[in-house]
Design a protein around this ligand. Structure first.
Ligand code: TMP
Length: 210
């Protein structure tokens, strides 16, 4: 693997993606890659401030979508694009699919408006529309996620939503995958951690061999 590589990780809260992202960073480093490990919303000092607002303040749904995209633009320009230009592997804990899933699916916000914002925000020099090379979707039934989250830390604004909200978020992810099937790898996140890890590595090797 020698070229730059942009991988995003998605799933409802409680899907268990974080430990696998850490593991993958080590996996890539041990193969000689420079890795940028980052997250959304966040990834720059300004975007982390926007994250605090988005996760803890109640607001109008357009305001929420705009904050997600504002944080994304900053993150893209300051962190993701420079890392890709240096030929690095960028591992991003959530990206635009989360906005479609949470604000589009979960909140019911207009899909077309999100698509317009996506076009505007992810336009970068030499690439019409920046998208991940691969998106790994940790797909978990919301009932299982709810059980996992009940023992987790104090919930933020999204984590404290009812199960029906996460059913809609899951539907949003499924819709995004339908729109870009070759970019997505859907992984059953209700298996053991070891099995999920094997599926993650397999998805990466398969995507790279294409
Ligand atoms: P995290 O807990 O995985 O770091 O994600 C932060 C929360 O923000 C999570 O509940 C999903 C939500 N979120 C959105 O609602 N829209 C977005 O565009 C992103 C990136 C995250």
């Amino acid at each position: 693997m020698s070229r730059s590589w942009f991988i995003s990780f998605e799933g409802i809260d409680g899907a268990g993606k974080s430990t696998h992202i850490e593991g993958l960073a080590q996996w890539f480093k041990s193969r000689g890659h420079v890795v940028t490990l980052t997250r959304e919303p966040g990834g720059t000092p300004l975007a982390e401030k926007l994250r605090e607002l988005a996760l803890h303040e109640s607001m109008d749904s357009l305001t929420e979508a705009l904050i997600m995209f504002a944080a994304r633009r900053e993150h893209l320009v300051q962190v993701i694009e420079p890392a890709l230009a240096r030929g690095e592997v960028v591992l991003c804990d959530r990206f635009t699919d989360a906005t479609f899933a949470y604000q589009g699916g979960g909140r019911g916000f207009d899909w077309q408006v999100l698509q317009n914002l996506e076009q505007m925000v992810q336009k970068v020099p030499n690439t019409n529309l920046r998208q991940p090379d691969l998106t790994i979707w940790f797909d978990l039934p919301p009932a299982v996620a709810a059980q996992r989250l009940s023992t987790a830390r104090v919930p933020d604004k999204f984590e404290s939503q009812p199960q029906s909200f996460f059913e809609s978020v899951r539907y949003g992810y499924a819709k995004r995958m339908q729109e870009s099937p070759t970019r997505f790898a859907q992984i059953a996140a209700d298996q053991s951690r070891e099995m999920v890890w094997l599926d993650v590595v397999r998805a990466i090797e398969l995507a790279y061999s294409k």
